[in-house]
Ligand binder design. Structure first.
Ligand code: EPZ
Length: 418
């Protein structure tokens, strides 16, 4: 079980190249099963999750390669019609295979993803819409067994009862090959959803969107085309918060400010200084960190749930009854007990954590529990005195490419240990 050792305190000073977006790469890599031909997808981050997805696609029979951040599709034909539990349980996002595969093939079986440490993570929204599109769904032995009776999926007019990134992506992919025009309402509109739509349209799909409505005109077939993945806004936000917490000064390359509009507004109120160096390079610094009264996570363009844990860690030494409310997942405070091990003063009430500042934090042995919670432990370690050991860092390797090298380059004393 790998771990990292961080000796704090440190102040981030240097340069960080932001990697391609994990949450744009996964659905776009999956969507290639919809189309014929071959293509190169660039700027795919080299992560545990992207490498794992390549092994799932290979297991299904696709001829794909992944080297030096380029995902190459030679042939996206699926020969095996089942995504096994062994795979799906390790990467929930694989559930968005269901829509594209059943749009192209008559039958597919995929293991129920099950919950994870941040919540139950149901797939009812995915299955409800697929049934309306003419997919016969049965749940048996922990698997979703899907069968398409008609020659094509049926286009639908459908309003999601809850905004869901994965369900939106699954159904948009399915609808792109359905017979007729689908109108989907109450959709997720995260930049990663838009990047998927742009990729599909470049492959011949006919998808338009306005606010939370997405209209998909089903086409006969799709032809793969090359694509460059957008920068990872959540990785960027995580390092921004680490820069602020440690009162550092860092240049971010491959940075896309438009995808972090609201977080940047909040961070500037907290004391973040921004200097534009070019269209994709920005210098961020923070000399004095101010507290915030209250922030609540919301679907995009609201404050992202994926930057909640990192914000809590950033407020540990400045919070004055600061309140952070988690509205997206029902159990996304598992980092709180770990942060308390540094000496943090945190109180949870329902979906809100109250942060009361402490003057000093001290390094501790802690455990990573999910991708984003793990980064909050890194921030806490960087602003603590002494040695921190973070266990189970495969969570970090799932979402942060070369995080130890990027932090080391910015002056953090961080080492991987077996
Ligand atoms: C995506 O997960 C992201 N993952 C998550 O990032 C992110 O936190 C989440 O969107 C919210 O922004 C990827 O893109 C790979 P949802 P997803 O469906 O699609 C409930 C990370 O760290 N729900 O938008 O699974 C669900 O339980 C990860 O990179 C249902 O009830 O999230 C949750 O409470 C963590 N039924 C809420 O909706 C459903 O059928 C939002 O989930 C589907 C979802």
């Amino acid at each position: 079980m790998q771990k990292v050792v961080i000796i704090g305190p440190a102040s981030l000073k240097g340069e960080i190249d932001i990697s391609g977006s994990k949450n744009a790469s996964l659905p776009i890599m999956i969507s290639t099963v919809l189309a014929k031909g071959s293509c190169l997808i660039g700027n795919v981050p080299n992560l545990r999750d992207t490498r794992f997805l390549v092994s799932i696609l290979k297991d299904l029979g696709c001829k794909v390669d992944f080297k030096k951040n380029i995902f190459a599709v030679h042939n996206s034909n699926i020969t095996k019609k089942s995504a096994d539990y062994e795979y799906v349980r390790q990467m929930r996002a694989s559930i968005v295979l269901l829509g594209p595969v059943i749009a192209r093939y008559k039958k597919f079986k995929i293991a129920l993803p099950g919950g994870c440490s941040i919540g139950t993570r149901g797939i009812d929204l995915h299955l409800k819409a697929l049934k309306l599109m003419g997919v016969k769904i049965s749940i048996r032995n922990g698997y979703v067994e899907a069968e398409r009776k008609l020659s094509k999926l049926i286009a639908i007019n459908h309003k999601f009862s809850k905004i869901s990134v994965g369900a939106t992506q699954n159904i948009v992919m399915a609808a792109s090959l359905a017979k007729g025009k689908s109108t989907l309402k109450n959709c997720a509109i995260e930049p990663e959803v838009i990047d998927l739509i742009n990729f599909l349209n470049n492959c011949g799909a006919k998808i338009k969107f306005s606010k939370r409505t997405i209209i998909v005109d089903g086409v006969e077939y799709l032809e793969l085309n090359n694509h460059e993945i957008i920068p990872d806004r959540i990785e960027a936000g995580s390092y921004l918060l680490a820069t602020m917490a440690s009162k550092g000064k860092v240049i971010f390359n491959n940075f896309k400010p438009d995808d972090l509009t609201l977080p940047l507004e909040k961070y500037k109120l907290m004391g973040l200084k921004v200097k534009k160096l070019s269209n994709s390079s920005y210098q961020f610094s923070c000399n004095k960190l101010n507290t915030i009264k209250k922030i609540s996570t919301k679907e995009y363009p609201g404050y992202p749930t994926d930057l909640q844990a990192q914000l809590v860690a950033t407020l540990l030494k400045v919070g004055q009854k600061s309140k952070v409310t988690e509205n997206i997942f029902e159990n996304r405070f598992i980092h709180i007990p770990e942060l308390r091990r540094f000496g943090a003063n945190l109180k949870i009430k329902d979906k809100t954590v109250e942060i009361n500042k402490v003057n000093d934090l001290y390094g501790a042995e802690v455990m990573a529990t999910d991708i984003r919670a793990s980064f909050s432990l890194i921030i806490a370690a960087i602003i603590s005195k002494g040695t921190t050991v973070i266990n189970r860092i495969y969570h970090l390797d799932r979402g942060y490419e070369d995080f130890d090298l990027k932090l080391k380059k910015c002056g953090v004393n961080i080492k991987r240990k077996k």
